[in-house]
Design a protein around this ligand. Structure first.
Ligand code: FEO
Ligand code: CA
Ligand code: CA
Ligand code: CA
Length: 600
């Protein structure tokens, strides 16, 4: 359809139509095959998924819940044989466990009540969190899971990990169970992440506040620290069964979460390391790039309304010839936070004890304190308060960096600034940064807004998609993104739906260069209730991996189909569509029919 091909666009595929239904859809000419679903066996001894008889033991040997970040680590440099690394961000008990939701009718209005979970169900939740490392291979043009791959691994909320870097062993991370302040069990709420240039898997701990319950002892010194992170929220029932999630019993435990976790995938028994030098906040992701001088730069978002954009620059240089030489690069470096000025410049301010306001007078005794309270340090430095920074992706091809800012309904008219230009920002925006001298390690750069999102047909929204963007091509709530090997930007969304936009979340291709800049086209969309995570391109660009998270979850749209969102009567039964099978989050592999690159 020529009418849809924007002049100068880097994308030639025929656009998919936006909409809402119970299935996934991809643009014409492509296959979108489900590769890995919640409960799929990963090891030779894994039990088959049985939704009625779930156990923590089985779950720990199966693919976890709510797949978010997806990364690929090649085996022997292959684009058709590698390790897929996948974060399992959180759990939806109302969609996982049969019989725990009761529909109650009050004053003619129906609502869903979820029963308290049993300890066994809490244990299943804990085993369904974390990450999966699994060998995959492309055979006859289709990807297969290698069920007994020798590097296959499940990481859960109970996997032994170590704190490393400046905070390791500090008094503020010591607990009754761990007087050393170095040994932590598990990782939680791993949203986006990254794969390092040396082939390790990094997992970002995001919304950690929900897992803690109970009250701190009166007058406890961590009260202000925890308040800044919204701890405790008590959304999960783990604290009822495990002391470490109960603030009254283990008041320091939350300081052991909110970090970036690095996993050596080449040894399935390696102890994952919480890299404290990279700061503690609601980490969204950790995408990286090697700077001109060999230092490695990680871009880090803190996903909260009015929080910040960070980057970490290693002190040491990347050694491409010796993988082991990069082993502890993430323990030493400088964390920076961004100040976006009205004149279009950006300054990356170092977060270093003793510099500027980061002193004893402000309650910091050293770098460990500064890192444990990264947000407060950034507050004192005067960083720019952003509209929920999500995935941030550097692009080696054009030297630019793309920052997804998903939305901020709470920004008032007197709080707008050039980098967050809309009050009540319902649909989010994307900022493009050009670092000075094309050097990703630079402490200064220039920035501009690439795109204000939302429906361009509604004038009040103020969206800035190009006029070549069709009614299907616009989107809101940018969350995850990827750059393909041709340097093109792909954006996945979180939060569309019947009420917000009248369409589901999906994956859009966005032009960033030339006359087609800010033109967007829909490529893939998720079933109702889901959000779009991943996305990731295989090194040969012949596969796009996408992660469909929480399909069938109603949230605010729980009655969108006039049906509640719960186990027995979900709005979709994706991806199995069997009456005895619940909805299952899953990773989907998209390939072009007949082969070739996804987009040419
Ligand atoms: Fe887990 Fe910021 O999305
Ligand atoms: Ca996210
Ligand atoms: Ca990404
Ligand atoms: Ca999300």
């Amino acid at each position: 359809d020529d009418a849809r091909a924007a002049e100068g666009s880097a994308f030639t595929f025929d656009e998919l139509e936006a909409g809402i239904d119970d299935k996934h859809h991809v643009a014409p000419g492509y296959d979108a095959d489900v590769l890995l679903r919640w409960g799929d066996p990963l090891f030779a001894d894994s039990p088959e998924f049985d939704p009625i008889r779930q156990s923590a033991q089985a779950q720990a040997r199966q693919f976890g819940y709510n797949n978010d970040y997806v990364g690929y680590i090649a085996i022997d440099g292959s684009a058709e044989h590698g390790l897929l690394v996948v974060n399992h961000e959180y759990t939806n008990p109302h969609l996982m466990f049969p019989g725990i939701v009761k529909i109650v009718e009050k004053d003619g209005k129906k609502s869903a009540e979820v029963a308290p979970l049993s300890k066994e169900q809490v244990d299943v939740e804990m085993a369904a969190h974390g990450g999966t490392i699994v060998e995959i291979r492309k055979d006859g043009g289709k990807w297969q899971v290698v069920r007994d791959g020798k590097l296959n691994r499940r990481i859960t909320s109970n996997t032994e990990m170590a704190l490393s870097g400046p905070v390791a062993g500090h008094d503020r991370v010591k607990t009754n169970a761990d007087p050393s302040g170095t040994k932590v069990f598990g990782t939680i709420n791993n949203c986006a992440g990254g794969v390092t240039p040396w082939g390790t898997y990094v997992m970002a701990e995001e919304n950690i506040h929900g897992y803690f319950s109970g009250e701190l002892p009166e007058g406890h010194k961590e009260a202000a620290n925890y308040k800044r992170l919204g701890i405790p929220e008590g959304a999960y029932e783990w604290g009822a069964h495990y002391d470490r999630f109960n603030l009254a019993k283990e008041p320091n435990e939350p300081n052991r979460f909110g970090w970036i976790v690095e996993v050596d995938v080449n040894d399935p028994n390696s102890v994952p390391l919480k890299r404290t030098a990279m700061g503690r906040f609601k980490h969204e992701g950790a995408e990286s790039i090697v700077a001109k001088d060999g230092r490695v730069v990680f871009y880090l978002g803190d996903d909260e309304r009015f929080d910040y954009v960070y980057k970490f620059v290693t002190k040491g240089m990347f050694n491409a010839g010796d993988r082991a030489a990069n082993k502890d690069l993430l323990d030493d470096g400088t964390l920076h936070v961004a100040k976006f000025a009205e004149d279009g410049s950006v300054e990356w301010m170092p977060i270093v004890f003793g510099q500027g306001p980061l002193t004893a007078e402000n309650g910091f005794a050293g770098q460990a304190d500064v890192l444990i309270e990264t947000r407060r340090a950034a507050d004192l430095l005067g960083a720019t308060k952003m509209d929920r920074p999500e995935d941030i992706q550097p692009n080696a091809g054009n030297g630019k960096v793309y920052v997804m800012l998903t939305n901020n309904s709470k920004r008032k008219a007197d709080q707008v600034d050039a980098a967050n230009p809309r009050a009540g920002n319902a649909f989010g925006h994307i900022i493009e940064i050009v670092e000075d001298g094309g050097d990703f390690a630079a402490t200064k750069g220039k920035w501009e807004v690439l795109l204000k999102c939302g429906d361009p047909a509604v004038a009040d929204v103020g969206a800035t998609f190009s006029t070549a963007t069709t009614a299907h091509g616009w989107f809101g709530m940018p969350d995850n993104c990827a750059i393909d090997s041709a340097g093109r930007l792909w954006v996945a969304t979180d939060g569309q739906g019947p009420k917000a936009t009248g369409r589901t979340d999906g994956l859009w291709a966005v032009d960033t260069e030339g006359s087609a800049r800010a033109t967007s086209k829909l490529f893939f969309r998720v079933p109702i209730g889901a959000e779009m995570c991943g996305p990731l391109f295989a090194p040969d660009d012949q596969t796009a991996f996408v992660a469909v998270q929480h399909p069938g979850d109603g949230g605010e749209d729980w009655d969108a189909f006039g049906r509640p969102s719960y186990y027995e009567d979900p709005s979709t039964r994706w991806p199995d569509f069997k009456p005895d099978m619940p909805v299952r989050p899953a990773v989907v592999a998209i390939t072009k029919q007949g082969g070739g690159k996804i987009a040419v």
